[in-house]
Design a protein around this ligand. Structure first.
Ligand code: UD1
Ligand code: MG
Length: 453
């Protein structure tokens, strides 16, 4: 049996932020969520999170995850942190200790680590060799290569500081031994902290051989302590996300200029131009093309949809073979059928567009349904808000709304109806007829320009 313990109580002083470090975003979601998801992918019996700084915020951010909480009110060291979780750990199970600020650790690496633990090897450690080990705990081995202890940077001699193999912090330990060793930890070191790392020497003193395995890549065990490291990890993470898209067949013009902050699923032959941000849940059909500078959040695009540059879409569904933008804004609740055209400087909010409907230029269509093949002229505005309540506009199939019309909701434009340009429509208009609502044009024959006195 396996339980995961995630250490997440630290403040992250170097972040210089009111947001606890483990809630800083990587790929659009908290660092901690990445670690929780990886822990849970190992089929752990439970995931215990040790939280302290910003406890309420951390718990609120994880309310949809199934977790056990342990509170470390004062951050007295990593050993003290694990001790706060030990009551949840059974003697005969393995506890996998993870860090909330080491987000890219991979399931496969952890599975290898956990497999090293058995009845005669109650402790296994994940280590890594670094070109620059500064700041990390160093792995001290004897002449035959057996691990003896870990020495922290601040407690290390110059010779020990030269060791390139370092502690990632991630370890797997049998519950019964962990319980015993934690109880014996002392804080007589240069930082006055209870170091979890001291249990390595305790295991050796108890006659156990401490096994270790190496992380597959350095990236997996990189921790986040400041905004520069956060940005560095973000780039590594993004490179992986984009690589997955390309492996799925997406044509990406520049892999360094696409950001994915959520889940993207794709059909065949999709293409993504530069500076595109995809967040939340994005679903692309076949042959979808996303132009430069588009920003999408929770969007479904049907087969053959073309998003022209600089379009911003949120919580909406665009039907097959539709065209959007450039410079379109599609807001929540909007659903279009196939072959819709949404042109430049058009804003749609909670709008339903039928098959082949066109809103091509400079319009606001909100709380409205637009029938199939209707054509909404340039500058048309649905006046959906009376200052207190929102009202709906219904535009029938095949209607033609002349440019610069204002449709004052609640109002219905009949199927096949034509609205003269510049109309202010306040009453329902009949099907198939021309309705005008504007001052009549007059020419005043007797009028003369004034002359200068
Ligand atoms: C620790 C290790 C070091 C290792 C390094 C890897 C110890 C004593 N040292 O050092 O050997 O090379 O990680 O990154 O373990 N935390 C708590 N409560 C505390 C203290 C820490 O929850 O009281 C959490 C932090 O939020 C963080 C993690 O534990 O997620 C590591 O703590 P940190 O202070 O960063 O340890 P390091 O000094 O980096
Ligand atoms: Mg650290």
């Amino acid at each position: 049996m396996l339980s995961a313990i995630i250490l997440a109580a630290g403040k992250g002083t170097r972040m210089r932020s009111v947001l606890p470090k483990v809630l800083q975003p990587l790929g659009g979601r908290p660092l901690l969520h990445h670690v929780i998801d990886t822990a849970q992918s190992l089929q752990a019996r439970q995931t215990v999170v040790v939280a302290g700084f910003g406890l309420e915020a951390v718990q609120a951010a994880c309310q949809h995850h199934s977790l056990v909480w342990a509170v470390q009110a004062q951050q007295l060291g990593t050993g003290h942190a694990v001790a706060q979780a030990i009551d949840h750990i059974q003697n005969d199970e393995t506890a996998l200790i993870l860090y909330g600020d080491v987000p890219l650790i991979q399931t496969g690496t952890l599975a290898r680590l956990v497999d090293l633990v058995d009845d005669v090897h109650p402790l296994a450690l994940l280590t890594v060799h670094l070109d620059d080990p500064t700041g990390y705990g160093r792995i001290v081995r004897d002449a035959s290569g057996n691990m003896q202890r870990i020495v922290e940077q601040k407690d290390a001699t110059p010779a020990e500081r030269a060791i390139a193999e370092v502690n990632t912090g991630i370890m797997a330990v049998k519950g019964v031994q962990l319980r015993g060793w934690l109880a014996k930890l002392q804080n007589n070191n240069s930082q006055g902290e209870y170091y979890l790392t001291d249990i390595i020497a305790m295991a050796v003193a108890d006659g156990f051989m401490v096994r270790s395995t190496q992380a597959s890549s350095e990236m997996e065990v990189l921790g986040v302590n400041d905004k520069a490291q956060l940005a560095g990890l973000e780039r590594l993470y993004q490179a992986e996300q984009v690589m997955a898209l390309m492996k799925a067949g997406v044509t990406v013009i520049d892999p360094a200029r696409v950001d994915i902050r959520g889940e993207v699923s794709v059909g065949m032959d999709c293409a993504i131009d530069v500076n595109v941000v995809l967040s939340g849940k994005v679903v692309l059909g076949n042959n979808v093309s996303i132009g430069a500078g588009c920003v999408l959040h929770n969007v479904t695009l049907g087969d053959g949809v073309k998003l022209n540059p600089y379009s911003v879409l949120e919580d909406c569904t665009i039907g097959a073979d539709s065209r959007v933008g450039p410079f379109a804004r599609v807001r929540p609740g909007t659903v279009t059928q196939d072959h819709a055209h949404i042109g430049n400087f058009v804003e749609l909010k909670n709008a339903q567009l039928g098959s082949g409907a066109k809103v091509n230029h400079l319009s606001y269509v909100g709380d409205a349904s637009v029938g199939a093949k209707a054509n909404i002229g340039a500058g048309t505005i649905t006046c959906n808000y009376d200052g207190v309540n929102k009202h709906r506009t219904v535009i029938g199939e095949g209607a033609f709304v002349g440019s610069n019309s204002a449709l004052v909701a609640p109002v219905t434009v009949g199927a096949g109806a034509t609205i003269g340009a510049g109309s202010v429509i306040t009453k329902d208009t009949p099907d198939d007829q021309l309705t005008l609502a504007r001052a009549k044009q007059v020419t005043i024959a007797t009028w003369q320009r004034p002359v200068k006195k």
